[in-house]
Design a protein around this ligand. Structure first.
Ligand SMILES: Nc1ncnc2c1ncn2[C@@H]1O[C@H](COP(=O)(O)OP(=O)(O)OP(=O)(O)O)[C@@H](O)[C@H]1O
Ligand SMILES: [Mg+2]
Length: 235
């Protein structure tokens, strides 16, 4: 059964149309990657699902319920959490305070709490009193993921969690994904790094210019098909 489904999702910034009839589904327990070049509409898709951008009620269905027109606070309360592009920590707050802010009304409703997040990312326990600004990029990303997990989401939406990080740090961050999945969440990762997306995902969608141009399992998608779907067949 689909936990999350978009149906002909469109999105606009003023007069500019950024999404054109996007249909994606995410099953319970599934990890789905969304890949695509700069400006393809990946972040816009996540913003539409999480309610930052409003839509028709039926354009987005979560656990059988139309959520397309709900405000983001309501969507979050249903169990949809986002790790936004650029991490967006509160710089004046400590690691621990940033994590606690993520709990909203859903703390204690599942596996994730301060302890289990410090177990997932041990460095954060050591640095729990440090302000967000004193952290490396990788550590900030761990806090951003931990903050989203504190609400014990049923689905975690991750926007380019590897962006700007060194390969060794990306490996540490991505090592968390299977554990998040084991703890019961479905996951959507937006990635520009195709190799990374194919390694982590059960299923992949490729976007170009506001449309889904390809979807399938990593095993069934050829490099050529991905190249064409990512850059256009003429590229
Ligand atoms: N706030 C905004 N106002 C106007 N246009 C926007 C805004 N945000 C995004 N766009 C436009 O919408 C389109 C899709 O942008 P989006 O950020 O969703 O792409 P993306 O796939 O996430 O790209 P990137 O990989 O660079 O993050 C682009 O043409 C972009 O210029
Ligand atoms: Mg983006």
């Amino acid at each position: 059964m689909a936990l999350l489904e978009t149906r002909g999702l469109t999105a606009f910034y003023g007069d500019f149309q950024a999404l054109f009839g996007v249909d994606v589904t995410v099953a319970v327990g599934e990890t789905v990657a969304i890949i695509g070049a700069n400006g393809a509409g990946k972040s816009t898709l996540l913003r539409s699902i999480s309610g930052v951008l409003r839509n028709d009620p039926e354009a987005c269905i979560f656990d059988g319920q139309p959520i397309g027109a709900l405000p983001s606070s309501r969507i979050m309360a249903l169990g949809v959490a986002m790790v936004p592009e650029g991490r967006r920590l509160f710089p004046s707050l400590s690691v621990e305070e940033n994590l606690l802010i993520g709990a909203y009304g859903r703390a204690g409703q599942g596996y994730w709490n301060l302890d289990s997040i410090y177990e997932l990312f041990p460095i954060l326990r050591e640095r729990r009193r440090s302000p967000g600004t004193a952290l490396s990029g990788g550590q900030q990303q761990m806090v951003a993921i931990g903050r989203a997990l504190m609400s014990n989401p049923r689905i975690l939406l991750c926007d380019e969690i590897s962006l700007g990080l060194a390969p060794i740090v990306i490996k540490d961050i991505y090592a968390a994904i299977p554990r998040i999945k084991e703890a019961g969440a479905s996951i959507v990762v937006v990635e520009q790094d195709v190799g990374q997306a194919l390694r982590v995902a059960d299923r992949v969608y490729c976007m170009m210019e506001g449309r889904i141009t390809l979807d399938g399992t990593p095993a069934t998608l050829s490099r050529d098909a991905i190249h064409d779907a990512y850059f256009g067949a003429a590229a």
